[in-house]
Design a protein around this ligand. Sequence first.
Ligand code: ACM
Length: 745
Amino acid sequence: MAITPNIRPAAAAIPNMIPQPDSVTPGEGSFTVTAATQVLCAGKQADCAWVAKYFTGLLKRSRGLQLSAGTGEQSGAISLRLSAGMGPEAYRLDIAPGGATVTASTRVGLLYGAVSLWQLLTQNNAAASSIEIAGMHITDAPRFGMRGLMVDSARHFESAKFIKSFIDTMVWHKLNVFHWHLVDDQGWRIEIKKYPKLTKVGAWRTPDEAGLKDIDPATGHPRPYGGFYTQKDVREIVAYAKARGITIIPEIEMPGHATSAIFAYPELGSGTAPIGVETGWGVFPQLYNVDDKTFTFLENVLTEVMGLFPGSYIHIGGDEAIKDYWKSSPKIQAQMKALGIADEKALQGYFTARIEKFLSAHHRRLIGWDEILEGGIPASASITSWRGLDGGIAAARSGHDAVLSPEKPLYFDWRQITGAGEAPGAGRVNMLREVYDFNPSLDALTPEEQRHIVGVQANTWTEYLTQEELVANAVFPRAAALAELAWSAAPKDWDGFMARMPAQYGRYRAMDIPHSEAAMKVKVESRYEAGRGAVTLSNQTSFGEIHYTLDGALPTALSPLYSAPLTVPLPAVVTAAAFREGHILSFPTIARVDLASLYRRDNQDMKFCDGRGAAVLDDAPPSGPRAVFQVNAVHPCWIWEKADLNGVSTITAAVGQVTASRKPGPMLAPSTPDGELEVHLDTCEGERIAVLPLAPAVKNDAITTLQAALAPRAGVHDVCFIFTRSKPDPIWAISWVQLGPPARP
Ligand code: ACM
């Protein structure tokens, strides 16, 4: 579907809906919904009845109101009407004193209209047994035909139950493509009947013993990690998605990112056989070979995949296929020569073309990551552009359809914010505002070329999202900004979007959807200043007004308004939240400010010595509390910027161990067998002012607190923390550091 132009009258009052509808016109009076309100279809149409039931389910779950559904026509009812003449996903919603009417030409249009009505009924969080909505007329249709979210089920496995609930959350955002990353080096996640070893062998990885905590007491060895979806699971998920207007695009990676398959069937490989399903993260050299037998294998796999997924697109990955094994294989080189193929990129082009021919013959369309453009692609192939927009633009110019999915800002595994207490994720940050502000300028393309930009999509890779709740937490609320981008043709209006977001957070809370409130939540930063605490309050988006208390009470809109840094006596408890028009926007932040807190830093509030390859990892020790570490596994080293060392003579550090799954960089040699945490002044090469031996922490799978003397140094300095070690695993990480004694005038 093409992009519609941004021409519309300025909307006077946009209701609290996300994504913003195409057109909202104020109407007469208002309509009130109570438990007695009926939801009526004109007749016994199955699609309408299904939507009616879905709608009543949403309202029950979010507001506790149970409406009954039936057929007929009645004043005061919610009427769902299927009627020809509208676009495939379009709907109309009319609210008037005599009732609410949703009209659409398709089941999915009706569903989107019902979701919009549900949003009108959940515009605030007030508990109510009757909900009044203003009279209005809404007409609505999407900007892009493909509005996608990708979830990586290969790096970490999500249950079928989670996938279904995720699909529901997509419907509430009017997103319609679920791109399912089912294959990678670290796991093959879909049952293929003809090749049982793909899941018997390829779905399980066994982490290295070294440094591993998840030892099965029954065997004394690490527990294998993995899982897969049976064909029955897949059929159920596909049907579940279809009922909700969502097409699933399965991704079967080739020729790289397939160590799992090559380990299961080594004859498919092209270089040194893998020694296991991959346990680390990154790009690995395993590539399929180009034997006819391998293409037969892939075609047989795709035949089963096509049998399960009825959508037209099949994603074949194609990203990050480093060609070392093809370059060093005499057999592959001989095959290239025989085929007249000039280089390895062109060989990937040949690979893609063979698969495309097969898919085309079965009336399916090939889609792959933008790398597939490099080897030349067949005319019908489409791409998902992730390395910026260039791939998408190049594809459109050469007549290929493209989905825009640039990693900045549409990788949702990147964190939403930095700072203590935030969830794990990849080290880089994509803020809610960056997602919202993403507006691909396609002016460089002709209208004909623009028609090839068929959609936008966000991707959620799961290297560091080890649990389902973390996946959801990474996706929401950024999916709301994605939805707005993908659905609404309205001009960008950040303040307007944020004004509608509190209602969306309310829906997430009401529906028990894990989500991040980082955009709204107040951050409390404090430093020591002449015997008092200097406290700064902020939130990421500078949205709303911050109110605070100093007496431990929860703030209200009547509490003192924050306007400039506070100076508080020690100790103090600062409790703060952002408000808008009297309504609280997020959970309050409670911070104790005392001498100890002023001389303490959480690892997430320190700087990486080297940000490349950094991530925020969580740790699941069999005993003790779960900890979240911001760590660069290649170079585990942190800097506390501008630490006040005046009067400081001790250091306490809480340390833990994580399995890093990355190749380590150069390691600093230890001076004791178990290594130590070294503390350096000003830079990591600067004077060593403290050493904390790790011996007491080695056997503890949870957090260990170490203490040592620190050479007194006056003034304010950057302080570097770096671990020495003689082996790559485990990675040691700082949880927090405390300078002492905090005895001050
Ligand atoms: C990708 O991020 N390798 C598509």
